[in-house]
Design a protein. Structure first.
Length: 178
């Protein structure tokens, strides 16, 4: 945020004070300020990530799709699998791939296992853009350079617990035989 736009106080902490003053409920003020802080940090990180990816002709969402393709066997995935792995609606996945294809970062080819569907295949140009963006994100320490490794791991663990409780994925520790 530009220095001239910085607030001289924490608006989320202030909202917590006002919450307590109005409703007197500390048990709800804490979760409200924590959830609001998480959402604000997400906004800050996405803004930073989009700016970094933008230097390479990408948005962060498109970068994530390229990383997903690069991690896949053969550098290709179906639209459905992309949507599933990125946790977005299939229409959003198709839109992302269409934009990447228009930029020459992926090619759309017919899916040999499903003639009605298409596969997205990462191109050399897409791989180069993805690698350059990755290097820049790593240099920026993914926007979390102010936190040490222990704090990053603790934060990940806490947020993972929220994700498991929300049913985002099945925790392998919860599976029988794990």
């Amino acid at each position: 945020m530009p220095k001239d736009l910085e607030l001289p106080f924490d608006p989320i902490a202030r909202a917590g004070e006002l919450w307590r003053a109005r409703w007197g409920d500390e048990s709800q003020a804490g979760p409200m300020t924590t959830a609001t802080s998480i959402m604000r940090v997400q906004q800050l990180l996405i803004t930073q990530f989009d700016a970094i990816a933008g230097r390479h002709g990408l948005t962060f969402a498109r970068y994530e799709a390229l990383v997903l393709l690069a991690f896949s066997r053969g550098g290709q995935l179906s639209m459905g699998r992309i949507g599933e792995r990125l946790m977005v609606h299939p229409t959003s996945a198709t839109n992302i791939v269409q934009r990447l294809a228009a930029q020459g970062f992926v090619e759309r080819v017919q899916n040999p296992k499903d003639r009605r569907g298409a596969l997205a295949v990462i191109t050399d140009t897409g791989r180069a853009a993805m690698e350059a963006t990755t290097a820049d994100l790593e240099a920026a320490r993914f926007g979390l350079g102010m936190l040490g490794q222990d704090d990053q791991q603790a934060l990940f663990s806490l947020l993972r617990g929220v994700r498991v409780a929300a049913g985002d994925f099945v925790d392998s520790a919860d599976r029988p035989g794990s």
